[in-house]
Design a protein around this ligand. Sequence first.
Ligand code: PMP
Length: 363
Amino acid sequence: KFNKTLDKIKTYEAGKPIELVVREFGIEPDQVVKLASNENPLGTSPKVAEAIRANADKAHLYPDDSMFELKASLSRRFGVPEESLIIGAGSDQILEFISRAKLNEESSVLMSRVTFAMYSIYALQQGARILRTEDYRHRPDEFIPMMQAHRPDVVFLCTPNNPTGDATSREDLFAIIEAADPETLVVVDGAYMEYAAAKDPAYRIDPAEILRYPNAVYLGTFSKAYGLGGMRVGYGIARPEIIQALMKLRPPFNITTLSLAAAIAANEDEAFVQKSLQIHRQELPRYEAYARERGFEYIESYTNFITWLFDEERNSSEIADALLRRGVIVRDLASYGMNALRITIGTPEQNDRLFSAMDEVLG
Ligand code: PMP
């Protein structure tokens, strides 16, 4: 017998690789502009390829399961002790550990109405009940009363939020964390924090600040600003008691030798991240200007993507499909109940392609 609560979960299917889909429209894979997954359009640090090559002859050896060097490097970057770190195959894997550690059929979790889909998927895998706010923004006047009324086992705070791109101010975020019951675990997901921190210090959350709270955990990832989506490395930062509870669920050798080497190299190359943030800062206003010119709304972005909102005259699914036929891949948010597109800010050339494809689609 299978767990019945799994029936509530839509099968997580990627389908055909997008390069094959666009080929059906006569577009060669190398002409595709992929602005759908919030990857770093500049790639990753050149030091990563070097580090991977340097480890190419170690495929027969198990990786360092203590992850000593990566933990030391993260510990220096964030000023947190190594006992406060856990490394996952993407921050996704740490979300999974959190759900397995904290949730069962009697549990509930609280999250924004529109937020990262994996929170609810992992919670449903455990049979937990999902509670959501009305607004997609993380507002203390919604979160605090709901936390008091329902005493959820886990609260997910995604800042900046995916897929909407807004961020929660420090003031609001700490107000929510401080109002949580000591039994509630508060997860602060900072997957896109580098972008928010570069934009406005009032939105910057340092992982070390999360260690002030005995019931909070900070999640970060190498998949976005650090450009390592394909290597699957994320981290959790919390008090040692929480880390020890999560470590019990970690399979041995969950991070491969090459991923560890890549993450260490990426973590040490701050100049690459600064360059990525600078190009992003130049390019984001073009997306705001385009929306204004074309008469549609957008959500102010604190991330490496922007969410364009359409009125009834335009349909996001149709636009996404028409862009796909022109070799430009964006994320339609219809499945979140929004008539909106989420578009990763690309290189200047990729963004030119997106705008000219949009010009053709909108006419
Ligand atoms: N949190 C958020 C908000 C995300 O958008 C993502 C990636 N889409 C993740 C976590 C997971 O990232 P990864 O597993 O690649 O570290």
